[in-house]
Design a protein around this ligand. Structure first.
Ligand code: FES
Ligand SMILES: [Fe+2]
Length: 371
């Protein structure tokens, strides 16, 4: 891949990566006995929570004639389709009843399944595993279990606080992700009097290394204009603070900041909804200012500002992208974006042809930019 290759030649159609866990809905948006419609990777899902509080995820289409199951009735255990009253076990999707059958009709209804997805509830979100197309799970058989547990926000002590933020972005998952790891927009997009100004732009140098299916910005003293750093300065010496930032396919950015016994960590995901829409979810955990009543609100306020600035930027960008302009990625500020496309291509290649995962990085790299 030549270094100045335009962005579009690397992302012909904003492909989405199947065979991974994705955040579906925040836990608190789903009460017991409730159904909620959602979409992940252009698949319509109905997510619900049973009487015992366990979540579940089904394909939002009845296997009989496609009526959305989200239009049906849920008694806390089984979902009943509103068209012909077929009933399905909420967790397995297995058919339990076909009301139109007479006793002599021996259709084996337990062989009929509404598509269901593996799910996990973790760190205030319901995660759903979206299998590779064609794999079991869609349609008429029992779903295969997910090969790995869902991702988790790293935590370093028994007691901590957790908060989340979520925003819809009117762009493809690729633009969402490269916007997330782009270091050069900071001084222009994230200005605030209490934060930083364009004048604070200065040269930076960071070391990166390959990790499985991703890359890491090696542990370093965080940039003096990063939000958690400013807060952590209240607790620890500047040079005892270290941060590590990882990106791992398909969409996971984790940031861990440690200062002695204090820590702050976050797991941000950009989830494809359709080819032209995605959603950013930030979940943060920390053991700082647990004693401070306004700590979480303050943090949420700071992060909400950031996410809103990014959301607004991508809304404006989507206007420009409508006309399909030529785009480019430059060194070194856009190198992480190039690695992202390289990782994604390697994943698609491996899924298609089998064989080894061909990591786009051959070893550690130092990048320099001004931001
Ligand atoms: S379409 Fe669902 S029962 Fe017929
Ligand atoms: Fe940003």
């Amino acid at each position: 891949m030549p270094d100045d290759s335009p962005l579009q030649s690397q992302t012909p159609d904003a492909l989405m990566l199947f065979g991974f866990w994705y955040r579906a809905v925040p836990s608190n948006q789903l009460r017991r006995g409730q159904l909620a419609k959602t979409m992940l990777l252009e698949q319509s899902l109905v997510i619900g929570r049973d009487q015992q509080g366990q979540p579940f995820a089904l394909r939002d289409a009845c296997p009989h004639r496609g009526m959305p199951l989200s239009c049906g009735h849920f008694d806390g255990q089984q979902v009943e389709c509103c068209y012909h009253g077929w009933r399905f076990d909420a967790h397995s999707g297995q058919c339990q009843l076909i009301p139109s059958l007479v006793p002599e009709q021996t259709l084996k209804i337990d062989r009929i399944y509404a598509g269901s997805y593996p799910y996990e509830e973790r760190d205030d979100f319901i995660w759903v595993f979206i299998p590779d197309p064609g794999a079991t799970g869609a349609g008429f058989s029992k779903p295969a279990p997910a090969p790995t547990p869902s991702p988790e926000v790293p935590k370093f002590s028994e007691h901590y606080k957790l908060a989340y933020l979520t925003a819809d972005l009117p762009c493809s998952v690729d633009h969402g992700i490269i916007g997330l790891m782009d270091p050069a927009h900071g001084p222009f997009v994230h200005q605030a009097w209490w934060w930083r100004s364009q004048k604070s732009i200065h040269e930076k140098q960071k070391n990166f290394e390959p990790i499985p299916y991703g890359f890491r910005m090696s542990a370093h003293t965080p940039s003096s204009n990063s939000a958690p750093y400013k807060l952590l300065r209240l607790y620890a010496d500047a040079d005892s603070i270290t941060t590590t930032i990882d990106f791992v396919l398909p969409n996971l950015r984790s940031e861990i900041i440690r200062a002695g016994k204090y820590w702050f960590s976050s797991l941000t995901t950009v989830t494809p909804i359709t080819r032209s829409q995605c959603r950013i979810d930030v979940v943060a955990a920390w053991n700082l200012f647990r004693w401070l009543p306004f700590g979480p609100q303050l943090l949420k306020f700071v992060f909400a500002k950031f996410v809103e600035q990014d959301r607004r930027t991508m809304e404006l960008q989507s206007e420009g992208l409508k006309h399909n302009p030529h785009l480019m990625l430059i060194d070194d500020a856009d190198r992480p974006a190039k690695w992202y496309f390289g990782l994604k291509n390697a994943m698609l290649e491996m899924k298609k042809n089998g064989g080894e995962f061909r990591h786009p990085m051959s070893g550690p790299v130092t990048l320099r930019w001004r931001s």
